[in-house]
Each structure stands twice: as structure tokens, then as C-alpha cells.
Design a protein around this ligand. Sequence first.
Ligand SMILES: [Zn+2]
Length: 114
Amino acid sequence: MNHERSIMGTEGRDYISAFSAQARQAILQRADNQCEAHDGGCGFDRLEAAHIVHARGENYNSPDNGQAVCRPAHFDQHLNHVDPSLTDYQNDWAAQQIWLRMTPAERQYYITHQ
Ligand SMILES: [Zn+2]
């Protein structure tokens, strides 16, 4: 049993929890339900409220700290580890969770547009 890894995993889940429902709604409305990573060009309408900075603090749940992006874009952000406030483990965990909730069409879009 790898005890250290299980502790890190617990921290990872806690550390990168989602925006509140209210903040999420504000982020998606501000973006007019268009993917902000692709200026709506990807055509996906099931968008995620993605954190810009994942460091815990006053601003963590602020809509100012979020952007509306499609799942392929959100996955790409984590695969490329664009936020240095996440550890490698937290970032990899986040990427894995996004990949698991992506539809086949979203995965195909990611594969053909990377
Ligand atoms: Zn997109």
C-alpha cells in the first residue's frame, strides 16, 4: 500500500473542487454559453467552469477566477499544466477526471485538434 499516494489523492480531490453552482452559472452566462478557449468555434455547448488559478484563497470561488470552456479545452489546459499552482499529481488527477467525463465526440475533437 502506498500511503503517501493515498494522502496526496485526498488532497487532490479537495484542492480542486468545482465552483459553486452560483459562480458556475455566472461564468457561463458571462461567456454567453460560448467556449472561451475556442471563441465558440468548437461548437460544444456543454461547457465547464474552469478555474484559472487553482490556489486556495479568497478568489478561489470568484467568477473572475473562471472561464467557460469545452471539455477538450479544459482537458488540454490540465494536460499542459498551465496553472503552476497545481502540483503534478493534482494536475494529472484533474486531467484524468475530465477525460473520464468526456463524450466520444469530445475525445475525438481533442485528438484531432491538438
Ligand atoms: Zn471549445
